[in-house]
Write a protein that binds this ligand. Structure first.
Ligand SMILES: Nc1ncnc2c1ncn2[C@@H]1O[C@H](COP(=O)(O)OP(=O)(O)OP(=O)(O)O)[C@@H](O)[C@H]1O
Ligand SMILES: [Mg+2]
Length: 312
């Protein structure tokens, strides 16, 4: 088959070749708003990579700057064991390709929703959550704030996990890019504040909020709420009564149907700083703000799909 050099074109025929035929892209791992992620093989070494190919055509200079920033910030934190290594960036006429470590078992969202997740497996939850927290600490210590922490952006590598997708990352310690992230995981302050209007938010603390929601996902296979704002009944109930968590989640002593092992019980109650409703884990991408300034949270009624691909 003759090599193609246009992997970003809509519905590409695979295999595709990039880097003068050195890399062959043979399977789609994920499709996003700005490009696709492929499993690829180095035709010289046989090594497998994930290639995130971002389409350059039709973008204005600001959008191009975001692509370059994604690669730059990912590169700045690459090398940590819990962050997918960015091996190379290849610029071609139509695409920017990021050559990454490739996970073979899907992402954490898939593991939680389709592979029975970790419910009841305290040791695995602690291990996975610690790895995610270490990745985030590494980013923060390098002045990089991810702003889109969620299970879809955490890739499984056997017992290990690695963080990907720095498409919304920033180096600003405080930000006024409100609504930047994915709805389930947005902190209240990233939505402008829930009881008083804020002018900016702390980028590190915003990431930590998302970590809390991810911990809830890991422990219970559920989201605490659709959105951490007072329009959301579950979040409003939590704000009114911080013990609401115990009444609706299967935490030991909380009247729920399942007993959660003690260390995880404590982690969920403290580290998450979040109450929990009965919202199942579902894809958050449909509500994702594309890039800072482009969109805000609360864009329509797409939350009605919240129970899709859920865990009971
Ligand atoms: N290194 C990797 N190894 C294996 N799978 C990956 C890797 N990187 C990404 N994926 C898969 O591809 C999906 C999309 O990748 P990524 O999150 O980087 O793109 P995206 O920026 O979210 O796209 P968009 O934001 O436009 O929706 C991930 O959710 C994951 O399932
Ligand atoms: Mg992503």
């Amino acid at each position: 088959m003759s090599p193609s050099t246009q992997p970003c074109v809509t519905a590409p025929q695979l295999p595709l070749y990039i880097d003068n035929g050195r890399l062959v892209l043979h399977q789609i791992l994920g499709v996003g708003a700005y490009g696709s992620v492929y499993r690829a093989t180095d035709t010289q070494t046989g090594q497998t990579y994930a290639v995130k190919s971002l389409n350059k055509t039709g973008l204005d200079s600001r959008q191009r700057a975001f692509q370059i920033q994604e690669a730059r910030l990912h590169g700045a934190v690459s090398g940590h064991p819990n962050i997918a290594t960015l091996h190379r960036v290849i610029e071609e006429d139509e695409c920017l390709h990021m050559i990454l470590d490739c996970g073979s078992e899907g992402d954490l969202f898939y593991t939680i929703t389709e592979r029975e997740g970790f419910i009841g497996n305290s040791l695995a939850i602690k291990s996975i959550f610690n790895q995610i927290a270490r990745a985030v600490m590494h980013c923060h210590s390098h002045g990089v704030y991810h702003r889109d922490l969620k299970p879809e952006n955490i890739i499984m590598f056997g017992e290990s996990v690695k963080l990907v997708d720095f498409g919304l990352a920033t180096t600003n310690e405080t930000s006024s890019d409100f609504g930047c992230g994915s709805t389930f995981y947005l902190s209240p302050e990233c939505q402008g504040g829930y009881n008083e209007q804020v002018k900016s938010y702390d980028s590190a603390a915003n990431d930590v909020w998302s970590l809390g929601v991810i911990l809830i996902n890991l422990v219970f296979g559920r989201n605490p709420w659709k959105q951490a704002c007072l329009r959301d009944d579950t979040f409003a109930a939590y704000v009114a009564n911080n013990d609401f968590l115990q009444t609706i989640l299967p935490i030991r002593g909380g009247g729920g149907p399942t007993t959660v092992a003690a260390p995880i019980d404590a982690m969920a109650a403290t580290a998450a700083t979040a109450a929990v409703g009965d919202v199942k884990v579902s894809k958050a991408d449909d509500k994702k703000a594309t890039k800072p300034d482009d969109t805000l949270c609360g864009n329509g009624d797409k939350d009605s799909g919240i129970a899709l691909r859920s865990l009971e």
